[in-house]
Design a protein around this ligand. Structure first.
Ligand code: SF4
Length: 290
């Protein structure tokens, strides 16, 4: 544990809301959830998606995860020793009215927890964004830091759990505490949504729970996860396709359990089912910031 408090290097503290980090949705007056009941109340009462992102990004409801994300931000990895870490929950990111939603497990300690943007700045993200770009769902093939000009096209991404967990394993209590953030986000984007891509078995189960909570009919027993699994679900706004992919973790990609053509196949199917143009598109990159 790194001691926090007076006298600590301010560069090793989590980024304070509204202090200029590119894409920071929060400000000094954004309300902070400090327990699961407050997460549920603040998520349900967020007036729009931007405010929901802001509230997610300052949450402190899980003591173990708050301590872990801030300790990692203070200690930093040698390769990033000269960088400031975000050290806060990583909110959902992408289009406000997406046709495709990509669901992951949780931010990486030195990826999203460092850059403040989901799947940005870690090897899994390198794989994923290259494939999203090839499928026409991201403007650039790389995603290295917030403010780098990257932009999702017709697509949004979220993590089922918003804080980086030790060993990539949130507890059941932490998963449940965080669920209202994702539930509110899925409910907000559901009307235009056509496809959900779940990266890994945890995200598959989380997606089914989130969709069921948003009024989508999920069969019992629940459909099983597998790479390339595909289930058509009926929702309040029409048919929705749930697609499964192995997670682009280093463990999966290094062992070739997941190859680039396998990921391309799933994301290409997602783009086509969503009625989005297939193949690489430049789009209009977001302006470089920071
Ligand atoms: S995991 Fe979710 S509920 Fe827990 S502190 Fe992070 S954002 Fe809040």
């Amino acid at each position: 544990m790194i001691a926090r408090g007076e006298g600590q290097d301010p560069d090793r503290l989590p980024v304070a809301p509204g202090t200029g980090w590119p894409g920071d949705p929060a400000g000094p007056s954004t309300p902070v959830a400090r327990d699961p009941a407050q997460v549920a109340a603040l998520a349900a009462a967020a007036p729009d998606l931007r405010e929901l992102e802001a509230r997610q990004s300052v949450c402190r409801a899980c003591p173990r995860l708050v301590a872990w994300r801030e300790d990692v931000a203070a200690a930093r990895r040698r390769a990033y020793a000269d960088q400031r870490y975000w050290g806060r929950p990583v909110p959902g990111w992408g289009e406000e009215h997406p046709r495709v939603l990509v669901v992951g497990l949780a931010p990486a300690a030195h990826g999203g927890n460092r850059t403040g943007r989901i799947f940005t700045g870690d090897p899994s993200g390198d794989w994923l964004f290259a494939a999203l770009h090839r499928a026409g769902l991201a403007a650039q093939p790389t995603s290295v830091r917030a403010g780098d000009g990257q932009r999702l096209l017709g697509t949004r991404m979220l993590a089922a759990v918003r804080c980086a967990p030790p060993d990539n394993r949130p507890s059941v209590e932490e998963r449940d505490a965080c669920a209202p953030w994702a539930r509110a986000e899925v409910a907000a984007v559901l009307p235009g949504l056509r496809v959900v891509v779940a990266l890994g078995a945890f995200a598959w189960q989380a997606s089914l729970g989130l969709l069921s909570g948003a009024g989508v009919q999920v069969p019992r027993p629940r459909p099983r996860f597998g790479h390339g699994a595909e289930v058509a679900l009926e929702g309040p706004s029409g048919t929705l396709l749930l697609l499964g992919s192995f997670h682009p973790s280093q463990q999966n990609t290094a062992t070739r359990r997941l190859t680039a053509p396998m990921l391309d196949d799933v994301l290409g199917r997602a783009a086509r089912a969503a009625g989005l143009p297939a193949g690489p598109r430049g789009g209009s990159p977001a302006p470089e910031v920071g």
